[in-house]
Ligand binder design. Structure first.
Ligand code: GLC
Ligand code: GLC
Length: 814
């Protein structure tokens, strides 16, 4: 069952009923100001950091669902009836409800008793504000006397404090109202130099800034007193809960259309010019007024929207593909890339499943997000790499997370996730292959954010690799630390105290438990660093990394192979995890994926064997399960993984992030059909028609789909912020379509399904546009290349001479 449809032409997902199984959301904002917006206008906004600069309030896990938003109310002055054109919060039955989620914007429209209302929400490029562009049309036969009420509830900046410290909160709220603009300035009198503003293009009939006045006692957002009576209270917040609401009267003749624009924004003043007049406590508004004036003009708003469309045209045009599979095309050309951008911006901080408080930018997460992002805006990728590296410790280890606003490592979480440092090598390698910009390796970067500790980025990478080698266990495999990629496989935790964090509690010394996953990852990272060293002309060093990779590979083959698949780990007792000898958890997906990605077992048949085991034991029509059999009870020595009921999350859920590793592995052994079949199983577009089962948005990947041990097998959870986005993008574009950046040029080595006649693609790589046509002339994956009409040996298109901007590539597969 569907709740809408894809409009590929306009690059939108169109939702045709408001009561989707879960709120289906979108993101506004590209760089600094962000908002989450659901299909019924729920959500909230923040500047850079969802925890430390939260502009508006949102109530997670509330009833009714999806509470708090970018809400507009309409009221009919003749009948006194009022409703929300976005359905929530009043939930009136609407005609022609439609929500169009596009790239960086959302349009929600409906008609109620002949009044058509459509609101376009977006954040203009380069400015820190969101625009609500409301268009009202009177479709009645007679004139309509309408009132429009806007509403936002201000959050008192620090979302953590806002949700907990009521002692203080309920007394600090302050606003100013000037020329119809509502300014939220809580804490501005003291250490803040920023404030929020909420402006309207029309003359106001009234306003409210105190929530208790606007709503009235014991009422909710579905029934505000001001809207019901048709008149604001002109309330001024002093403490309690500051909010913003404008009241505008709009009289419409039959057929008449009017626009009302609302702006919600964030602004900073220079610290020494906070007040006007100086010495007073009033906000200096001279710096913000031009911004407000600019966007209250309709032409400027339309132009800003066009600029946003053009921005996405540009980003999407970097890679476009035409295959016979519509789901592949749609995800590669539009949605997967878009999700990669959102993940790059927000890591795992703010979604409808991440509170915006708990996690900032994950070290492991953001490095992986870069894999799907580097080609989009390489300059931003460069900056991110340097920020991440600056949170690395001198040991080579890394802070597991950092706060986006301060860019400082998060002490509460700390470090010792032993896979973390290696991800930096993978993201830097991806950046270098994409851009050829070796200068990044010479950039001085601090350790632990401490000035004076600067070393070239290259040295950070060297230490990353060293970090693993300094921590090997009895089998020559890497010690796991608190956890590796699987945050929930906690082999040193042994926690029997309720509520203790599985990731930060360590009751064991950590000298025994080893990870085969990190071993595979090490082999891959060592090979990548060898290639980087080679590019820098350091042949001896490159050889050393190759030797280290070979040694680790030997350890994996000797101690990390279970007979038919790769083992997962050794626990603190030195016993196997992920072995046929185990009662439960006999086979795990991660080492199968990562060892093969690293090239282990490609020559001796073990890769094929492991993949056969994956197919037999882990594959389902809804995707590949993380491990089997599921843990049926809590195991002290395994940690959080066994804390989840069977079939959910890391305990035998379909943890989508890992699936592309298997797709890549299948591609590496030449199985195009299998690789693409796995791709399709979790492709959200391909799952659209089972939306009542999947329940999350059909246009983005979710972190998890419930596994076969769960009663809700097939149900997705944790949509949007997940490494699945970047890895699927890599799997489909680089390994199945086979278009891979390399140091020497663009490699084209497709491993596509046998029934595909070929495909067409354009790829912009280092400033050159490659027009690629692949044709199948036989069943295999052997590539013959013709570049600009001339045959070329191998499968790498050499970089064209300087000045040439277009290259035509013909690929014949036999
Ligand atoms: C979440 C985390 C990620 C981790 C994964 C598996 O997606 O953000 O860091 O690797 O779960 O536990
Ligand atoms: C990952 C896991 C989640 C775990 C969390 C801890 O996101 O998916 O289950 O609780 O990491 O950080």
């Amino acid at each position: 069952m569907r709740y809408g449809y894809f409009d590929d032409q306009r690059r939108e997902y169109v939702i045709t009923r408001p009561n989707t199984p879960l709120p289906w959301i979108n993101y506004l904002g590209s760089e600094a100001y962000f908002g989450l917006i659901s299909n019924t206008a729920g959500g909230y906004s923040f500047y850079r950091d969802a925890r430390l600069r939260r502009l508006t309030r949102y109530r997670y896990n509330n009833v009714p669902l999806d509470c708090g938003g970018h809400y507009i109310y309409l009221r009919d002055g003749d009948t006194g009836e009022f409703w929300s054109p976005s359905w929530q919060p009043t939930r009136h039955e609407l005609e022609g409800y439609i929500c169009r989620h596009g790239l960086g914007y959302t349009i929600i429209g409906s008609t109620y008793k002949g009044i058509e209302a459509q609101t376009r929400y977006f954040v203009p490029l380069g400015d820190s504000l969101e625009i609500w562009q409301l268009t009202l049309t009177n479709r009645r036969e007679e004139p309509a006397n309408l009132s429009v009420f806007s509403s936002v509830e201000f959050c008192l900046w620090d979302a953590q404090g806002d949700a907990t410290n009521f002692q203080r909160n309920l007394s600090t709220g302050e606003v100013e109202i000037e020329d119809g603009v509502i300014y939220h300035k809580t804490e501005y009198r003291e250490r803040r130099n920023h404030f929020a503003f909420f402006a309207c293009s029309e003359e106001l009939a009234g306003f409210d800034t105190q929530r208790s006045a606007f709503l009235g006692p014991y009422r909710g957002w579905d029934n505000p007193a001001a809207v019901e009576r048709g008149r604001s209270f002109n309330s001024e917040a002093h403490g309690w809960a500051p909010m913003g609401s404008h009241h505008v009267r709009v009289a419409l003749e039959p057929g008449e259309t009017r626009q009302v624009i609302f702006l919600l924004g964030y602004h900073e003043n220079p610290r020494d010019q906070k007040f006007d007049p100086p010495g007073s406590q009033r906000i200096n508004k001279r710096t913000v007024k031009p911004v407000i004036a600019r966007y209250l003009a309709r032409d400027n708003v339309d132009a800003a929207f066009e600029a946003l469309r053009a921005y996405w045209d540009g980003l999407l045009s970097i890679f476009q593909v035409r295959t016979l599979d519509i789901h592949t095309n749609r995800m590669v050309n539009i949605w997967n890339l878009y999700q990669c951008m959102v993940n790059f911006n927000l890591s795992r901080s703010a979604s409808y499943f991440e509170s915006g408080i708990g996690r900032g930018m994950g070290f492991r997460d953001s490095n992986q997000d870069l894999l799907g992002f580097v080609h989009m805006v390489p300059e931003r990728a460069r900056e991110r790499i340097l920020d991440l590296a600056a949170t690395q410790l001198e040991t080579g280890g890394a802070y597991h997370q950092y706060q986006p606003l301060t860019k400082w490592g998060n002490d509460e979480v700390g470090s010792n996730f032993n896979d973390d440092p290696l991800w930096l090598i993978l993201s830097v390698a991806a950046y270098l292959k994409e851009t050829g910009d070796g200068s990044i390796l010479n950039e001085p970067v601090v350790y632990e954010n401490r000035p004076g500790t600067e070393k070239p980025l290259y040295e950070h990478l060297q230490r990353s690799l060293r970090y693993t080698l300094d921590r090997l266990g009895a089998h020559g495999l890497p010690l796991i630390g608190r956890a590796d990629w699987n945050d929930c496989l906690n082999l040193n935790t042994f926690s029997d105290t309720p509520g203790e964090s599985f990731q930060t509690t360590t009751n064991k010394e950590g000298k025994v438990a080893e990870s085969v996953f990190i071993a595979g990852m090490f082999v891959l990272a060592a090979k990548e660093l060898a290639a980087i060293a080679q590019e820098r002309g350091l042949a001896d060093e490159a050889q050393r990394y190759h030797d280290e990779a070979a040694e680790m590979e030997a350890a994996v083959l000797e101690h990390g192979w279970d007979g038919e698949w790769f083992l997962r780990a050794y626990d603190d007792f030195g016993r196997k995890v992920g072995s046929h000898e185990c009662d439960e958890g006999q086979i795990f997906i991660e080492p199968q994926g990562f060892c093969i990605l690293a090239g282990i077992g490609l020559e001796d048949g073990r890769a094929e064997q492991a993949l056969a085991a994956v197919k037999e034991q882990l594959a389902t029509p809804h995707g590949i399960i993380l491990q089997q059999p599921a843990y049926s009870r809590y195991y002290l020595h395994l940690g959080e993984i066994s804390s989840y009921p069977p079939g959910y999350k890391e305990n035998a859920g379909i943890f989508c992030h890992t699936n592309p590793w298997i797709m890549i592995a299948e591609a590496r052994v030449g199985h195009g059909d299998q690789a693409h079949n796995y791709y399709t199983c979790i492709n959200p577009s391909a799952r659209e028609e089972i939306s009542e089962v999947h329940r999350c948005e059909p246009y983005v990947y979710a972190q998890m789909i419930a596994g076969r041990d769960a009663p809700t097998h097939g149900e997705a959870k944790n949509s949007w912020l997940t490494g699945t986005a970047a890895w699927n993008y890599v799997a489909i574009t680089q390994w199945i379509l086979g278009i891979r950046p390399t140091y020497a040029g663009l490699q084209i080595a497709p491993v596509i399904p046998s029934d595909w006649p070929g495909f067409k693609a354009t790829r912009v790589f280092r400033g050159v546009t490659y027009h690629i046509t692949a044709e199948r002339a036989g069943p295999g994956n052997t590539v013959s290349l013709t570049v600009d009409g001339k045959p070329v040996e191998g499968d790498v298109v050499p970089l064209p001479p300087a000045g040439q901007r277009e290259v035509t590539v013909q690929v014949i597969l036999t």
